[in-house]
Design a protein around this ligand. Structure first.
Ligand SMILES: Cc1cc2nc3c(=O)[nH]c(=O)nc-3n(C[C@H](O)[C@H](O)[C@H](O)COP(=O)(O)OP(=O)(O)OC[C@H]3O[C@@H](n4cnc5c(N)ncnc54)[C@H](O)[C@@H]3O)c2cc1C
Length: 473
C-alpha cells in the first residue's frame, strides 16, 4: 500500500467521542506531538484537512530528505538566530542526536553527507513516514484525514461547565466528510504548519482564528525563498537572458551581501536562474538578510564571485592577454574559465565598455552585483518566518490565552536556514507540545471509574507542584 494511503483512518474507526488529546495537523510536528502524548498513555486523535498525512514532509523527501545536521550543538543552535533562546531548551530535549536515534528505532538508518547534513539512508521521506504511521496506529493513535479545523465551537472556557467539571481545552468546530461537528478534548495541539505550498495543506487559515482569541501572531513572511532581480520599475531579466538561461544552474559560485545587518558570512554554493530571478541553496542561505534588506530599503544586492578558485589579479593578467582572432565568448572561456550561464550573466549585468578593460572585467567576475527587488511569494518558499509569538506561549508551548491548547512546528515564530534545522525544530517542538498536553491532561483529567468520570483535584495539585502549572494570562 502507498505510504499516504495508510494515513487514512481505518474504516470503522470514527473519531473518539471525547479524545483526551486532539492534534490538528498530521505533518512532522503534529505526528511527533501525537506520538509523545500517546507514549504518555493518552488517547490521541489526529485530524488533518488533506486526504493523507505528511504531504509537505513527503515533498521535502523528493530532493533528499535532510533530517538534521551533524555539526556541534552550539553551532547548530546558532542557526535559529534570534529565537535560539526559546528553542534551545526544546532542542536540547530532542535534538539532532535524539532524532537520529528515533529514526533508527523506526528501522530507518541515517548517514552524514559530505556537508555534515544528515539524511535517511534511502534519502526519501516515504519509507520513514510509512513506518511511523504504522507505529502510531499500532499504539492506538487514530488518524482522521479530510477533517478541517474551522475554529472554536464555543467561547474559551465554555467547554467546562460547573465547578466539578474537569477543565478542558476550548471545543473545536470541525468539518469532516459527514459535515460539521463539535469536538471536545482535554488538550489540543495545533500543528498546522506555515504558509508555503498551501496546496499541500499549510494554508495559514489558522492566523485569524488565533488572533481572534488574543494570540499574538508575528507577520508570516517567506523564508528560504527565491528573489526577483531587476529594478523596482523594471523587474526581471532581459528577454534574451531569460529565454536562454531560465532553469540553468550556476555551479560553484560564491556570494556575499554588502551592508546588510546580520548578513551571513560569504559562502560558496550553487543556485538556479528562474524566469524572473534566482533561487536555490546558496540564495536560501542569504534569504533572511536579503528579504529584510529589501523590506527596509526597497532592494538588496547580492555580490557574486563567478570564479571563486581564481584570484582577481590572476584573472586580470589572463584577460589582458591579446585576444587575437578569438570571439569575446572564447576569450572569457579560455582566459577566465567562464562560459554558458556564467558568461551570460556577466553580459546581462555588465556595461559593454567594461569588457574591453581587463581590470574592470576581472573585478566584475569576482564581485558581480546582482540587484534583487522582491522576495518570491510565500507560497513558493521552502518555509515561513513569523507565526505564533513566543510571548503568547508558556515554556511548554501552551497558549497563555487558551489554556489546554498547545502549538508546535512551523506555525511558531522562528526561522532557520535549510540544512535539517527546519525539521529538527518541528520534531522538537512537537515532542514538547505533545508531552505537555499529556501532562496537562494528567493534571486535569478525571479518573475513569466504573460509574463514569469523576474529577481529580489531587492530580491538579501534583501537576502544579511538578512545575507544569498552567500559566493562564
Ligand atoms: C520543497 C521543500 C523541501 C523541504 N525540504 C526540507 C528538508 O530537506 N529538511 C528540512 O528540515 N525541512 C525541509 N522542508 C521544510 C519542512 O518540510 C517543513 O518545515 C515541515 O514540514 C513543517 O512541519 P509542520 O508539521 O510544522 O507543518 P506541515 O508539514 O506543513 O504540516 C501541517 C499540516 O497541518 C494541516 N492543516 C493545516 N491547516 C489545517 C486545518 N485548518 N485543519 C486541519 N489540518 C490542517 C496540513 O494539511 C498539514 O498536513 C522543506 C519544505 C519544502 C516546501
Amino acid at each position: 500500500m502507498h505510504a499516504t494511503d495508510r494515513s487514512r483512518a481505518a474504516p470503522g474507526e470514527p473519531p473518539r467521542a471525547q479524545p483526551e488529546v486532539v492534534v490538528i495537523g498530521a505533518g512532522p510536528a503534529g505526528l511527533m506531538a501525537a506520538e509523545a502524548a500517546s507514549m504518555a498513555g493518552l488517547a490521541v486523535d489526529v485530524f488533518d484537512a488533506m486526504p493523507s498525512a505528511g504531504r509537505k514532509f513527503l515533498l521535502a523527501g523528493r530532493g533528499g530528505l535532510n533530517l538534521t545536521h551533524s555539526e556541534p550543538l552550539d553551532a547548530f543552535l546558532s542557526r535559529y538566530g534570534e529565537r535560539r533562546a526559546q528553542l534551545e531548551p526544546l532542542i536540547r530535549g530532542f535534538g539532532p542526536a535524539e532524532l537520529r536515534d528515533w529514526a533508527h528505532a523506526l528501522g530507518v538508518q541515517t548517514f552524514i553527507g559530505s556537508s555534515g547534513r544528515v539524511f535517511p539512508a534511502e534519502m526519501k521521506a516515504a519509507p520513514l513516514l510509512r513506518r511511523w504511521l504504522h507505529r502510531l496506529r499500532e499504539a492506538g493513535v487514530r488518524l482522521h484525514m479530510r477533517h478541517r479545523w474551522l475554529g472554536w465551537a464555543a467561547a474559551a472556557g465554555e467547554a467546562a461547565s460547573g465547578s466539578d467539571a474537569p477543565r478542558a481545552a476550548p471545543a473545536l468546530a470541525m468539518l469532516g466528510p459527514q459535515g460539521e461537528f463539535t469536538l471536545h478534548a482535554q488538550a489540543v495541539v495545533l500543528a498546522m504548519g506555515g504558509a508555503s505550498w498551501a496546496r499541500l495543506g499549510s494554508d495559514a487559515a489558522w492566523v485569524p482564528l488565533l488572533e481572534a482569541r488574543g494570540v499574538h501572531i508575528k507577520r508570516l513572511r517567506p523564508a528560504n525563498c527565491g528573489f526577483d532581480v531587476g529594478t523596482p520599475q523594471q523587474p526581471g531579466w532581459s528577454e534574451h537572458f531569460r529565454e536562454r538561461f531560465a532553469g540553468r544552474p550556476l555551479k560553484s559560485v560564491a556570494a556575499s551581501i554588502e551592508g546588510a545587518a546580520n548578513a551571513p558570512a560569504p559562502r560558496q554554493g550553487e543556485f538556479v536562474v528562474t524566469d524572473s530571478g534566482i533561487e536555490g541553496s546558496l540564495v536560501y542561505a542569504f534569504s533572511a538578510a536579503l528579504r529584510d534588506t529589501i523590506e527596509a530599503a526597497g532592494s538588496a544586492t547580492l555580490l557574486l564571485d563567478l570564479a571563486p578558485s581564481r584570484s582577481q589579479a590572476r584573472l586580470a593578467t589572463e584577460l589582458a592577454r591579446p585576444r587575437g582572432g578569438r570571439t569575446l565568448a572564447n576569450h572569457l572561456r579560455v582566459r577566465a574559465g567562464l562560459e554558458g550561464v556564467k558568461a551570460g550573466l556577466l553580459r546581462e549585468l555588465l556595461p559593454a565598455q567594461d569588457f574591453a578593460d581587463p581590470e574592470r572585467l576581472a573585478a566584475a567576475i569576482k564581485g558581480l552585483p546582482l540587484r534583487l527587488v522582491a522576495a518570491r511569494p510565500i507560497d513558493e518558499a521552502i518555509s515561513t518566518a513569523g507565526g505564533v509569538a513566543f510571548e503568547s506561549l508558556d515554556e511548554h508551548l501552551m497558549l497563555r490565552a487558551l489554556p489546554g491548547v498547545f502549538c508546535a512546528g512551523e506555525m511558531l515564530d522562528w526561522e532557520a536556514p535549510t540544512g535539517g534545522y527546519l525539521l529538527t525544530a518541528c520534531f522538537a517542538t512537537g515532542r514538547v507540545a505533545g508531552s505537555a498536553a499529556a501532562a496537562w491532561c494528567r493534571g486535569q483529567a478525571p479518573v475513569r471509574t466504573p460509574n463514569g468520570p469523576a474529577s481529580r483535584p489531587g492530580a491538579v495539585r501534583a501537576f502544579a507542584a511538578s512545575g507544569n502549572a498552567r500559566t493562564d494570562a
